[in-house]
Design a protein around this ligand. Structure first.
Ligand code: IPD
Ligand code: CA
Length: 263
């Protein structure tokens, strides 16, 4: 795909941050056995990745706004455009030496995500999409799955941890969904969960208690791969809603029906 200058810039930033994280990830594997553990080291790796991305993106487009997991929000001279960045999605996996984490970068224009990059650096899988131009992983086009029956479908989610208030609702979702599908996965990276829906590996995904930077890039991957996305509570803007549903064309509605039932 012949992407725009902005998409190429996002890819360059994601690859650069990914290289830095891969180096740090090797070190984490050594630190697992030390008494201090790798906690502080990972925090530094995460911040360094965001610094690299910011330097690339804001260096090239100083007028755009910014929303990053580590550095927060900064308005730009151009109020219509904003980068939405999670330098390391899947931090817990990274910390535990599990090779399932990603760099996530999205570009929003007038409130709509128009380009997204999710880079799984450990597996060298670069997912990217631009509005109207389709979604890709490396050189291959992405398509959501064609499964039609819930009972054959696999869904991904994120189960809230550390006392988050969304745990009871998520447990209720699982109780409703698990008996009627082929399985639910919890791999620990929302950005990759959405990329896997776009790739047809999962038939759908939902999560409560999620932030704009976790999902922004993944949402456009799903849409450009022919899938659907929406908020759990209808009528809310998807990025601000904090609870998202994604699915292939046939199973999005049945999944919404199950997850939108009253408590
Ligand atoms: C987390 C991951 C996880 C999801 C959490 C996120 P982080 O992001 O995406 O899969 O369940 O809601 O906070 O903290 O690893 O960047
Ligand atoms: Ca995240």
């Amino acid at each position: 795909m012949q992407g725009s200058a902005n998409l190429n810039l996002m890819i360059k930033a994601a690859r650069k941050a990914g290289r830095s994280l891969v180096k740090d990830f090797r070190e984490v594997e050594n630190l697992q056995v030390s008494s201090k553990g790798p906690g502080d080291f990972v925090t530094k790796a995460d911040r360094e990745a965001e610094r690299i991305i910011m330097e690339e993106l804001r260096g090239a487009r100083p007028s755009y706004g910014w929303l990053g997991e580590e550095t927060g929000e900064a308005a730009g001279e151009d109020p219509t455009r904003r980068w939405i960045v999670d330098p390391l999605d899947g931090t817990t996996n990274f910390l535990h030496g599990l090779p399932h984490w990603a760099v996530s970068i999205a570009l929003e224009h007038k409130g709509e995500v128009v380009a997204g990059v999710v880079f799984d650096a450990a597996k060298d899988e670069l997912y990217y999409a631009e509005k109207g131009l389709g979604a890709f992983v490396n050189e291959s086009r992405l398509r959501v799955s064609g499964r039609r029956n819930m009972i054959e479908a696999i869904f991904a989610t994120g189960v809230p941890f550390g006392g988050k208030s969304t745990l009871p609702a998520t447990l209720q979702d699982l109780a409703r969904l698990m008996p009627v599908c082929a399985g639910v996965r919890r791999f620990g990276s929302a950005a990759l969960d959405l990329a896997y829906v776009a790739a047809g590996r999962y038939d759908g995904y939902w999560e409560r208690g999620i932030q704009p930077w976790d999902m922004a890039a993944g949402l456009i991957l799903v849409k450009e791969a022919g899938g659907f996305v929406g908020p759990v509570r209808e009528g809310r803007g998807i990025l601000e809603s904090g609870a998202v549903i994604a699915g292939n064309a046939q199973l999005f509605e049945p999944l919404c029906k199950i997850l939108r039932q009253p408590a």
